[in-house]
Design a protein around this ligand. Sequence first.
Ligand SMILES: Nc1ncnc2c1ncn2[C@@H]1O[C@H](COP(=O)(O)OP(=O)(O)OP(=O)(O)O)[C@@H](O)[C@H]1O
Length: 825
Amino acid sequence: MSTGHKIKVVCRVRPFLKTEKPDTSVEVEANNVLRVSNPRDHTKDVKFNFDSCYGPEIDQATIYRNDVRPLVETMFSGMSATIFCYGVTGAGKTHTIQGSDTEPGIIPRALEHIFMHQQRDPYDYDIRIRYYEIYKEAVFDLLKPHDPTTSGLPIREDAQRKIFVAGLSEKRVASYEQFDAIYQKASGNRRTASTKLNNHSSRSHAILTVQVQWRDDTGAGTTWCGRLHLIDLAGSEDNRRTENGKDRMAESSAINRSLFVLGQVVEALNTGSSRIPYRDSKMTRILQDSLGGESLGMMIVNVAPGERFLQDTNNTLNFATKSRLVVNKPVAHEVVEQRWSAADRLQHHRGALAGRQPKSTLVVASGPGAKRRRSDEVDPDSDASPGCRAMLTSSGGLPRRPVAVARPGRHSDSSCKPGAVQRAVEQKTSSASNEIMERVMRIEQQLSGSSRLDSSVVIDMFTPATKLKTSRGWLKHARELEQGGDLEKALAHYEEALKYAPELNKLEAHIEKLRVRLRRQKRRSSIASHGAANVRVADQLPGRKPDDDDDCGPLWLIDGLAESPGAEKAKRRAAHPAKPAPKPLALPSTQPAAASKAAPSKSVVAAAPKRVKLAGARKASGVTEGSVHDRRVSFGSSILNPFVVGGSDFDSDLQDRLDRKAVVSAARTKRLEAKSSVAARLNRVLAVPRTPGDRDYVPPSSDQESDSGVVPRRRVPGALGVRGLVEQRRQQAAGDTRAQKQSREGVDPVADLGQFSDICQASALQMINSADVKKIMKLQGIGKRRAEQIQASVKEEGPILHVCDLQTRLHFKGKLILAILSTFA
Ligand SMILES: Nc1ncnc2c1ncn2[C@@H]1O[C@H](COP(=O)(O)OP(=O)(O)OP(=O)(O)O)[C@@H](O)[C@H]1O
């Protein structure tokens, strides 16, 4: 069992610099007591207790010998140790950890110590280093020259929830001299700058990791791995005093923020909080194992003497006092020898399935606390050895070394020996490994079959934790997209999230909702862009129930061309019409009786509305025809709303339905009556022409006067619609129709328009008269030139009242007219 180990806190007060005026505000009273003047009341003192306190006179060697060296020694027991320097800017952190040529700090001394150890010991030590910095919340490799195009390396978590920096390079060092050459060069890559408080201020947190790995041939032949992390944190800065510029301010705020998170992590650990905010900064994420984890930890608190730093000193010491309470649970790390390729594992799996033992001895890392280093932890370019990529286990759930915090012994205990324990471990992990092997087999099968992997197989390769994390990532983006109104992309992101977390039922339901919303949105935008001309009104279909999201009642619209408004369909229709178009195109108005008697086309029936919304009875513009658009019947419709419903059909149908409702509840009656009056109003507006007394009366211009000379005809582009139809019928009834007139002039009329209804024509004409080039162009068969022709004609000669006008006025060919009308059929 591992024992709890508190973080060791050592305090070091630097000497006054030549530029500073000495005072007695900070003094070391005893080996472990620091006295500091109270920043609020200088006559009073505050005392702080630490594991050790060093005054300005204490040299680097003493500190190393007393406090650092024992910790470095623990590496040789397969432990991880972290030493980090903390303090305000200019307090002496870099001096302590790095030192100078004349006064080498912890790093050179520790490395010297490690190489000496290597020479003394019989073991063949494999020593490697990694060196990186966290600059403005991004991780950069210091062993490589700085590449300004990179945005930093990612911090990841492996299957055993161990933190590592992916893609970091690693260098093997055989001697101190070799290390020194690499380290000096790499230190040059670290970002430093001159500030008002320190001429050579570190602008980043720098982390040097030394890894020592060796094989203990005297015992069970176990390979051990010890690590030492030496961290020079950037100092907190009071920007009122540093007078930093813009760049320095950005660095400073990143530094202060990460140090603030460090404080929060310590606070959370001390209060036993369920959430430790390691993830809130890169620095705390990397220090995770050293703060409440499985590393041994030591914090060197650097203090600048003098009254002007008193407030900072107090803050630093208060934080250090809290940090003393943080408890780590250090464990030793054992490296398992075999490095298994996917093929090895597969081979082993097959052997295990067949009841055979694999050729090589297997120790599988598993159980709580077991560690496995990811292969991508090491940069492929680096000189990492296969041994480094071996499976690394801690003594969590597996045989582990006894953990003695002071000077732990270097031999594995009996539990490390192969035999019964190993078999037990194998048994314990066999089910997990079988599952992994099955996955490997599935992947191999896929690979042998095709060059691409199924996404489901790839997802299957992830650990549950990774799946959850990935799913959360997708979800986050999806929510942002949804909030931004991009439903289509949001849906795709939600679907991705569901792939990784298929168990999320709520997510599934949400996706379904979103799909419905999207469908609805598409339908609406289709109607809006192509006009309701693409929509046919029909009676309620048998078996169809109103959608919950329908805007209003049973003016049932069937999306005809709305969903496929492309030219293809119209072209097909034009190419193979059900009936060949007559040439020249016949005029319908010579058959007034037939036209007026003709029942509305079966496919174009306005059903009685139960819930009809009326938008603005009469607009000031004077446009007052009824129309159907987006499932609404409206008065005073705009030119964007070109589909027109026959008012009389509409009204009579409503009346029929009202008659059939013999027994209805009072409320229902009231509603229906209201609708009835609306319908009556609609009928009035549609059927009764405006007279000069009406508010929306538009006086006709001389050239627009009706042929009868009685009914004032409105000449508002796009306003023909039903009103035009009604008017036409009235004219027909009066026996003086335009068509008859044309007939007298020698144009051959025909009985009706064949397959096209009045409404279809009205819609087409209304669209054309709207004089909106874009909309007109949407009509199949009309190009830009034709559209402009129409526009000019409508402008000069007024609205086109009948399809025959297209032929006579614009010289449109019958085929073209047919194509236009087919859009509305
Ligand atoms: N113990 C010491 N003995 C002599 N000089 C020291 C000592 N500690 C610090 N100094 C000097 O104080 C100055 C500031 O020290 P240093 O650069 O190490 O501060 P720092 O805490 O790393 O600052 P920053 O956070 O800005 O990087 C340096 O000139 C350094 O040589």
